[in-house]
Ligand binder design. Structure first.
Ligand code: ADP
Ligand code: ADP
Ligand code: MG
Length: 502
C-alpha cells in the first residue's frame, strides 16, 4: 500500500489521512463543491473533485471514486464511516478493480448488513438476541403474532435500518397496525427496503458495544467495550470506555461472555478488519443481547484508542496489507488489567438544542479548540470553514483521557468550556450540562434517560462567549478559489497539506 484514497469527508477523512501519513503512505482526498476549502481536501497530497454537493452526486458515487483512484494511481481505498462504508457492492467493486477496500470482505458485509440476517447468524452462533421474530419476508400478521407471543411493549425495526430510523416502539396490540405502517414507510423512504422485524422492548437498557479487530490469518481480538447509553432519538451523544457497568472489576463474567459472543460472531461472519458488535444490557438482571454489527470504523473509536494505546486506523491499514495482528498479549486475550484509565467522548454537533436540535449551517467565523494533557479534538472543520447543509451535523469530537472516570468527566467538562464556536449554533452547552446530571455521575444512564428525564434549559451567558471569541474571528481562512485538480507528485508531496492551496 503506497497510496491511499480516502472516500469520505469531515473529521473521519482527516483522521484516516493523518494515520496514512504517519505510516509513510501517500494520500488522495476526494471532495464535492461544498468541500472545496474543507480541511480534508487541503490535508491530502492530492485532492480529486467528485461533483456537486449532494452526496448522491459526490461521496456516494462509487464510479467517480473508483475513477479518481485509477487517475491518481491509488492502490487502496478507505471508506471512513457513513456514505459507502457499509456497501457490500462498493467493497466488491473495489476488489474487482484490484483496489483493496479497507474493511471487511463483501461476503462478511452481506452476512451482517441486514439486521435480520445478522440476528439469524447470531442465533446460530449461540449469541443471545432479544426474543423476537427475525424471518425474511415476514408479513404484518407474522410480526403481530410474534409481538403477541413475546409480549408488549415491542420494538419494530427495519432490517436495513441505521441511525435509529425505521424503528418504532409499540406499547400495545391496538397501535400495532399504525406503528407498522409508519415504520415500513420510513424504512422504504430511507433505505429503499421496507423489510421489518420485531423484538421485545428491553426496559431501560444500557448500550454496550465491543470493538473487534480481526486479521486475515484468523486472529480476532476484542479491545474491550464502549458504553454509549447517552443517546437522543437513538443517536449517540456521549460515549465512554470502559463501561461504568464494569467499573472496579464489576460483572467480570458478563464481560467474559460478551467478549466471547463478539468473537464468535466475528468468526461466524468471516470478519476482517475493525468492527463493532453492539449489545444492550439489562443492568437489573445482567442479561445482554446482541443488536447489530457495524462493519466499519465507528465514530466513537477514539475512546478505545485512549484506554488501549492502540491506533485502530493504523491497524485497519496494516490488516488490509495482510499483516498479522500483534498487540500486547493482555489485549489479545481481553485481560482487563490492560485498560489504562478512562476516556470519554462528546460529539459536538451543529445543531441548536434550543430549537429542538434543528441543524445549523454557515461560516465558522470563530473557532477555538481546547488543548492540554489528555485532550484530543478530532475535526474536519476550523476557522473560516463553511458548515454545509448537505452532510451530517458532526463538527468535532472532543475526547478526553484521565486516570479515573471522574478525572475524565471533569476534564471533558472543562475542555467543552474552552471550546468556542462562532457562526453556527452548537450543542456544547447541552453536553456540558449532561456531564453534570446525577445519573451520569453515577454511571447509571440508560438509553432513554435523555428524553425521559433530562430537562434542559439554556442558561449560558452567550454574550460572554461572543466576547471571548471575537478575537478568533480575525483568523478566518482566505477564500482564494481552488480549481478542481489532481496534483502531480512533486517535491512538496510529503510536506504539510497547506501547500496544496491553489
Ligand atoms: P455510530 O455508532 O458510529 O455513531 P451511526 O449509526 O451514528 O453509528 O452512524 C455513523 C455514521 O454513519 C453517521 O455519519 C451516519 O450519518 C451514517 N449512517 C448511519 N446509518 C446510515 C445509513 N443507513 N445510510 C447512510 N449513512 C448512515
Ligand atoms: P441502529 O441501526 O439504528 O443503530 P440498533 O438496533 O443498533 O439500530 O438500535 C439503536 C438503539 O435503539 C440502541 O442503541 C438502543 O438504544 C435502542 N434499542 C435497540 N433495540 C432495542 C430493544 N430491543 N429494546 C430497547 N432498546 C433498543
Ligand atoms: Mg446501532
Amino acid at each position: 500500500m503506497r497510496k491511499l484514497l480516502v472516500a469520505n469527508r469531515g473529521e473521519i477523512a482527516v483522521r484516516v489521512l493523518r494515520a496514512a501519513r504517519e505510516m509513510g503512505i501517500r494520500t488522495v482526498a476526494v471532495y464535492s463543491d461544498a468541500d472545496l476549502h474543507a480541511p480534508h481536501a487541503l490535508l491530502a497530497d492530492e485532492a480529486v473533485y467528485l461533483g456537486a454537493s449532494e452526496p448522491l452526486e459526490s461521496y456516494l458515487r462509487a464510479d467517480k471514486i473508483l475513477d479518481a483512484a485509477r487517475r491518481t494511481g491509488a492502490d487502496a481505498i478507505h471508506p471512513g464511516y457513513g456514505f459507502l462504508a457499509e456497501s457490500a457492492d462498493f467493497a466488491e467493486a473495489c476488489a474487482e478493480a484490484g483496489l483493496p477496500f479497507v474493511g471487511p470482505p463483501a461476503t462478511a458485509m452481506r452476512r451482517l448488513g441486514a439486521k435480520i440476517a445478522a440476528k439469524r447468524l447470531a442465533n446460530d452462533a449461540g449469541v443471545p438476541t432479544v426474543p423476537g421474530y427475525f424471518e425474511p419476508d415476514a408479513s404484518e400478521e407474522d410480526l403481530r403474532r410474534a409481538a403477541h407471543r413475546v409480549g408488549y411493549p415491542v420494538l419494530l425495526k427495519a432490517s436495513a435500518g441505521g441511525g435509529g430510523r425505521g424503528m418504532r416502539v409499540v406499547l400495545s396490540e391496538s397501535e400495532f397496525g399504525a406503528q407498522y405502517r409508519t415504520a415500513t414507510d420510513e424504512a422504504r423512504n430511507a433505505f429503499g427496503d421496507g423489510a421489518m422485524m420485531v423484538e421485545k422492548l428491553v426496559e431501560r437498557p444500557h448500550h454496550v458495544e465491543v470493538q473487534i479487530l480481526a486479521d486475515t490469518h484468523g486472529q480476532v481480538a476484542a479491545l474491550f467495550e464502549r458504553e454509549c447509553s447517552v443517546q437522543r432519538r437513538h443517536q449517540k451523544l456521549i460515549e465512554e470506555a470502559p463501561s461504568p457497568l464494569f467499573a472496579n472489576g464489576a460483572r467480570p463474567e458478563v464481560w467474559a461472555a460478551m467478549r466471547e459472543a463478539a468473537i464468535s460472531l466475528a468468526r461466524a461472519a468471516g470478519y476482517v478488519g475493525a468492527g463493532t458488535v453492539e449489545f444492550i444490557v439489562e443492568p437489573t438482571t445482567d442479561a445482554f443481547y446482541f443488536l447489530e454489527v457495524n462493519a466499519r470504523l465507528q465514530v466513537e473509536h477514539p475512546v478505545t484508542e485512549a484506554i488501549t494505546g492502540v491506533d485502530l486506523v493504523q491497524w485497519q491499514l496494516r490488516i488490509a496489507r495482510g499483516e498479522r495482528l500483534s498487540l500486547a498479549p493482555p489485549l489479545m486475550v481481553g485481560d482487563r488489567t490492560a485498560i489504562r484509565g478512562h476516556a470519554i467522548e462528546a460529539r459536538v454537533v451543529a445543531e441548536d438544542p434550543a430549537q429542538n436540535f434543528a441543524p445549523s449551517t454557515g461560516r465558522l467565523v470563530g473557532w477555538a479548540e481546547p488543548t492540554g494533557p489528555g485532550i484530543r479534538v478530532d475535526t474536519g472543520y476550523g476557522p473560516g470553514v463553511e458548515v454545509p447543509r448537505y452532510y451530517d451535523s458532526l463538527l468535532a469530537k472532543t475526547i478526553v483521557h484521565g486516570e479515573s472516570r471522574e478525572a475524565a468527566r471533569v476534564r471533558l467538562r472543562q475542555a467543552l468550556a474552552d471550546f468556542h464556536v462562532l457562526g453556527v449554533r452548537t450543542n456544547i452547552a447541552f453536553l456540558r450540562d449532561l456531564l453534570e446530571a446525577p445519573a451520569f455521575l453515577a454511571g447509571s444512564v440508560d438509553t432513554g434517560f435523555v428524553e425521559r428525564e433530562f430537562d434542559w434549559e439554556d442558561t449560558a451567558d452567550h454574550s460572554a462567549e461572543l466576547g471571548l471569541i471575537a478575537g478568533a474571528a480575525g483568523n478566518a481562512r482566505p477564500t482564494t478559489e481552488r480549481t478542481p485538480h489532481t496534483r502531480p507528485a512533486g517535491p512538496w508531496e510529503s510536506a504539510d497539506g497547506f501547500r496544496n492551496v491553489r
